[in-house]
Design a protein around this ligand. Sequence first.
Ligand code: BG6
Length: 510
Amino acid sequence: MQKPENQILVIFGASGDLTWRKLIPAIYDLDEQKLLPDNFAVLGVSRSEFSDDKFREKMIDGIKKFSNYKEDDNKQLESFAKKLFYLSIETANPEDYANLNKKLTELDSKFKTNGNYIFYLATPPGLYSKIPSNLAAHKLNANDNDKGWRRLIIEKPFGYDLESAVKLNKELLNEFNENQVYRIDHYLGKETVQNVLVTRFSNGVFEPLWNRNYVDHIEVTSSENIGVENRGGYYDESGALRDMVQNHLLQITGLIGMEPPSSFDSNSIRNETLKVFQSLHLLDVKEVPKNVIRGQYGTSTIRGEKVPGYREERGVPFDSRTETYVAMKFFIDNWRWGGVPFYIRTGKRLPTRVTEVVIHFKQTPHYLFSRKGSPEACNQLVIRIQPDEGILMKIGMKVPGAGFNVQNINMDFHYSELRNTYLPTAYERLLHDCMIGDSTLYARGDAVEAAWKFIQPIQKAWEENKDIPLYGYPAGTWGPENADDLIDEPNTTWRYPCKNLANDGLYCEL
Ligand code: BG6
C-alpha cells in the first residue's frame, strides 16, 4: 500500500465519541502497519479544555479499547501519543481560527509537513458549513503547491433532506473544490462492500447473469440488534430512512447496480454509481404507503431480559413517531434492471446484526425434479457484508441414492478462513485513502444529492399524510409483518438469516 505524503490531520470534534472510539484507534492501527506518513501529527480541536497530556491519555484509553491491535506495550502507545496535540477553540467563532492557524504553522514547521492538512469534521452537522468558511477566512483552504494541499472530510449526515444537502454542497464549494471534499459513508470503507466490485468485475461468470434476464429480484438487509443506545436525541431527528437508507443502503445498491466502469479510478467509478442513483424510479407521494413500510420498536423481553421500547429510550419523546425500521420496494429504470424489484430493509432492535445482499436468480423455466425444500431457496448468491464476512452460493444438488431428488446446498467462502489476513476497519481504509488523495470510496456531491432526490417523496408523504401507519414491532423481532406484503413474487419472502429473539422460543444468532 502507498505511503502518504507528510501531513497533519486536524480533527474538529476531538473531544467526541467518534474520535475516541473510531478515528484515533484507526490511526493507531495504520501506524502499526507502517501506513502513516513519515512525518505526521494529529491536532485535535474542540471547545472543551484539555492539555495535550490529558488528550493523549484519553486517546490511549480509546486505543486500548478499540484498536485491532491489542496493545499492552505502554512504551509503544506513548511513542504514538507523541504525535497527538490538542487545541481548544470555539469552532463557530471566526476569530479563534487565528489560534488554529498559529498552532498549525508551529506544528508544520516542527514536523516538516509542507503545509499539507486534512480537516476532519467530526462535529455536530450544524457546524459543517461554518468550519469551512472560517478556515477559508484564514486562508486555510488554499490548494496551491507552494503551501501544500488541503482536504476536508465531512461525516454524515450530509444534509437533512434534498434542500439542505444542496445548500451544504453549495456552501462547501464556495470555499473548497469538489476534489478537496471527502464525504464519508463508512459503509464504502468496509472490505466486503468493496468486494462487491471485485466479485462483479473480476469474474467473467457473473456479468452475463447480472441483469433483468436472469435476476428475479434483489434484497439488501442491514439489521442491528442494538437499540438507539445513548443517541436518542440525534436519532429522533433522523430516523432509519435518513440514518441508514439514504446513505449506506443506497451506496450498496449503487455498487450492485452499476455498469462496469471504464477504469478503476475515482471518477469512473463514481460516475457509474451516480447513474444508478439517477435511474432510481422516483415514487409518487401517493405510491409511498404501498411501497415503503415503517415501524418503531416497542418494549419486549429478549432472553428473559426486559428491553425498553423506543419511546422509553433516553432523549426520545414519549409520543415520538420516528421510524426505527424501514422496508421498501423500488426499481431502477434502466436497460440492465428495468422491471427487477429491489427490496431493502433496515432496523434497530432486530434479532441480530447482519448486513447482506441477496441476488435471487430466476428459476429454470421448467422444473424436472422433486425436491426437499423450496426451489426458491436455491439459485441465490448471498454477499455477506457483516458479520462472518463472505459469500455464499445456494444451489440445488442431487440427494445421493435412488431417484432424482434435489436438496439445497451452500457453496461458501468466509473471510475468516483466509490465513494471515488482516481486515482493516472502515475508518482505517477511508482515512488512509484520504491521506493519499484517493476519493473513490467517498461519496461525491452530485451522488449525495441524487440519493436525497430519491428519498424526498417518502419524506414528503410521511410529513404530509399522518395517516400512513407507523407499525409497532416488539424489540427482538424482524420488524412489522406488513413488510412481507411488499414482496409480491410468488412463494417468496425476505431471507431470514435467523428467527426472532423475542421470547417466543425461537432463539438463534449468527
Ligand atoms: C451509522 C448510523 O451511520 O451506522 C448508526 O448512524 C448505525 O445508527 C451505524 O448503528 C451502523 O454501522 P455498522 O458499521 O455498525 O453497521
